[in-house]
Ligand binder design. Structure first.
Ligand code: ZN
Length: 149
């Protein structure tokens, strides 16, 4: 199966049945994100115990890419430290932006690597990164709403 087929499969699967699609009972961080170009909205809540993201969940509406990306993100960051999650965000961001050398590191991204395909579609990059921007927002306790700009 090539990356394009895998991309279709992950978007369909996670778009239809997003993982961690609920708010955790315990949470001490939250963020909201909005992508005005596509109309995608995400609300993310997470529980930080010390430095570890012990639980995370989201609710949202919007295109399949935004919801699937947020779903795969919650899977990827659950149980990770803040530092690890931020490192993952940087690698993910470099990949979807098509930055030089980003592909060399694709192994460490696991399933997230399927989103490499969005780099050809700048509008879609914003859909794919919305969840991650919202995470960043939640971790740093900024007020208001994360934007994809
Ligand atoms: Zn979208």
């Amino acid at each position: 199966m090539d990356l394009r087929e895998l991309y279709q499969e992950v978007i369909l699967d996670h778009g239809k049945s997003p993982r961690n699609h609920r708010f955790p009972e315990r949470h001490n961080r939250e963020g909201r994100g909005y992508n005005p170009l596509c109309g995608d909205k995400i609300a993310l809540r997470l529980q930080l115990d010390g430095d570890t993201i012990s639980d995370v969940g989201f609710v949202g509406q919007g295109c399949a890419i935004s919801q699937a990306s947020c779903s795969t993100m919650t899977e990827a960051i659950k149980g990770k430290t803040v530092e690890e999650a931020e490192a993952l965000f940087l690698r993910f961001h470099a990949m979807v932006m098509g930055e030089d050398g980003a592909n060399d590191d694709s192994d460490s991204l696991g399933k997230l690597v399927v989103f490499a395909g969005v780099r050809e579609f700048p509008m879609r990059v914003k859909c794919a990164t919305l969840g991650w921007h919202t995470l960043n927002h939640a971790l740093h306790e900024e007020g208001g709403e994360a934007k994809t700009e």
